[in-house]
Design a protein. Structure first.
Ligand SMILES: Cc1ncc(COP(=O)(O)O)c(C=O)c1O
Length: 431
């Protein structure tokens, strides 16, 4: 096989400070008699399992006290200083306007994070799916809003089971969703708050007229096990509008439509106790709208690469809190370096991860992701990139929700050291 180009060989240790460790590991393996190939081939008995050969354990991703360079990669890092600041900022801004925060747990799927948010003043959490809510209910989170529609006997049964543990609210946008839930709740002796979802511009779920909302409220009233809990008015695509002024105007239109609905109900003697909606992108406008009583931001705790690329007023720019710890594992070709974080480590639907930092100078650009490889472009096609081999790097994921869903735990770090490991209990619970 021909190599594409000749490279001068350096002693291994010159490539990276991490390599002496690797070299001594390799030396240990070579010296060990269990790797004596001649002995292994000479005796078939050596293939039989030995008593000491118990199953191999997968090493832990990190241990408390580890430095960043010691964390196994790829893994998901949570910068606790940024996380604390983000949680406090959202809680403080909403509290100052008298608006409740019910953070969306679809972003983080972690009981520990939900507890931190509630400790900072959140009234409970949102979940998008009923199964997603189960670990939170089991962990004692007392108030859960399912911000989504669901149908079918099994889902209804789970909703009722959840309602026997927590204060549960759910969304509907069709009277046919109401009846089965009402009957099941009544049979089980639980009470579920039901919020008609109003389409305020997203064009996805939610009813598109005040008459339909009124019909839903009437249907809800019919069942002792249900109560009208208010309305949900969430505009998903508004969250992601890049230009600040256009995002503000779209959020305003959504709030106006929600207000029309509230006034329509009030004119018929129906008090709307809650108007819930709003995510990270529109929270600053929603809390000033005078319409929303509650906001549902999720991504703000992490502020992913996509959110970071939007236009913000300075006091609303949150801090990047979520990172991928990765390692440069190959520098075989000039002009690029290859890291160990590809599609199985990071979602790319909202853009490729952004290079954040390493100890080395330079800002390579993450260019392509394949299953287990991430290719980063160096500043010059002639740069041999040799110094990067073994280098730990940090990347900011483009979209936090589906990235988090790829991991079992956060490696929670502060000042460059692992402080804790936080399980992602609701990972994969999407039914
Ligand atoms: C209904 C609902 N509310 C709130 C959010 C949270 O949005 P974000 O993560 O952008 O803050 C989402 C996200 O998709 C959502 O679907």
């Amino acid at each position: 096989m021909r190599l594409h180009r000749q490279r001068a060989c350096k002693p291994l240790q010159q490539y990276t400070p991490a390599l002496p460790r690797l070299v001594s590991l390799l030396e240990g393996i070579v010296m060990s008699d269990s790797y004596d190939l001649s002995a292994a081939t000479a005796s078939s008995a050596s293939c039989a399992p030995r008593a000491a050969d118990s199953a191999l354990a997968v090493p832990p991703v990190a241990r408390i006290g580890d430095t960043l360079a010691q964390i196994a990669t790829p893994s998901l890092l949570l910068d606790l200083d940024a996380f604390d600041a983000n949680v406090a900022r959202m809680a403080g801004a909403a509290a100052a306007r008298g608006v409740a925060v019910r953070p969306h747990a679809k972003a983080h799927k972690s009981v520990t994070i939900a507890r931190e948010q509630i400790a900072a003043g959140a009234v409970g959490i949102c979940c998008q799916k009923l199964t997603e809510a189960v670990p939170f209910a089991n962990a004692g989170i007392g108030s859960i809003h399912i911000s989504n529609e669901f149908v079918g006997e099994a889902r209804v049964a789970l909703a009722v089971a959840l309602a026997s543990r927590v204060a549960l609210s759910v969304c509907v946008d069709d009277v046919r969703q109401v009846a089965p839930l009402g009957k099941a709740a009544q049979r089980a002796g639980v009470r579920i708050a039901v919020l008609p979802e109003v389409d305020v511009g997203q064009g996805r779920c939610g009813v598109d007229s005040t008459d339909k909302v009124a019909r839903l409220v009437e249907a809800i009233d019919h069942y002792e096990g249900l109560r009208f809990g208010g309305i949900q008015a969430y505009h998903g695509s508004a969250q992601h509008i890049e230009a600040w002024a256009r995002r503000r105007d779209t959020a305003r239109l959504a709030a106006d439509q929600a207000a029309v609905c509230v006034r329509f109900l009030e004119a018929r003697g129906i008090v709307c106790p809650v108007v819930t909606g709003g995510g990270t992108g529109t929270a600053e406008f929603d809390i000033d709208s005078g319409v929303y009583t509650e906001i549902q931001p999720g991504s703000y705790v992490f502020f992913d690469g996509h959110y970071g690329a939007l236009e913000w007023r300075d006091d609303w720019r949150f801090r990047h809190g979520l990172f991928l710890a990765s390692t440069v594992m190959s520098t075989a070709r000039a002009g690029i370096i290859v890291c160990d974080a590809g599609l199985k480590s990071v979602a790319t639907d909202s853009g490729l991860p952004r290079f954040w930092s390493s100890q080395l100078a330079g800002t390579p650009r993450y260019r392509t992701a394949s299953d287990e490889h991430g290719v980063l472009e160096l500043g010059s096609p002639d740069d041999d990139g040799a110094a990067w081999l073994g280098e730990p790097i940090l990347l900011v994921p483009g979209h936090c929700d589906p990235t988090v869903n790829l991991y079992d735990r956060y490696v929670a770090v502060r000042h460059g050291r692992v402080e804790d490991l936080w399980p992602i209990e609701a990972r994969g619970l999407s039914q």
